[in-house]
Ligand binder design. Sequence first.
Ligand SMILES: [Zn+2]
Length: 234
Amino acid sequence: MNILAIVAHPDDVEINCFGTLLKYFKQGHKIFIALTTSGNQGSNLYNREEIGAIREQEQIDAAKFLDAEIRFLRFDDQRLIDSLELRRDVINAIRWANPDVIFTHYINDVSLDHAVTGKVVTEVMLSLPGKNIMADEPPISKAPSLFFFDTDVGLNFQPEIYVDISNEMESKREAFSKHKSQNEWMENFMKDTRFDAFMEQLSAFRGLQAGFPYAEGFIGHRIHGYLPNYRLLP
Ligand SMILES: [Zn+2]
């Protein structure tokens, strides 16, 4: 299968669905990652161009564990809006990956970039097979299953299904550690934000709920013709 994660920022994959993607990868499936922004406002230590480039490289390094193909859409961080341009590029990204399963942000996430990314993904699903849709990539005929992954620190999110990632946790920590720039600026400017806790404690908390040492939680998104197939989860 082709598995696609569409996220807003470098590090969102590693926090929310890396363990699940790694399980798919170990089973021989192909992993694709698309990012709506490169997190180009995610630092006070560099200018926007510099931090955008640094974070893209960090994402490339983290994705090596998954041998994933990456597509950067490069909209500006922290002010993502639902526009025709974003919809076109998200449609292109989904068609590029031709996925069987899609993971994205929950539409009630408190982060604007997360919520807009998730909302646009859900709303373009019915445009994937249309040849007259404004997009560059050719239409696809598959009906992918769409799953929302966790929100920032789990707020407003109650998973309906869990994936045991206990055997993937060590690699998840290692991949997450590639996002050095985020740890670096939070240590300097957001001292009360524990960056490692986003990933570590959320994985442990979802594991606690599911009866595993570590887990990732998901909610399936229901659209007519595109009902999520829970049996496709690893
Ligand atoms: Zn994010």
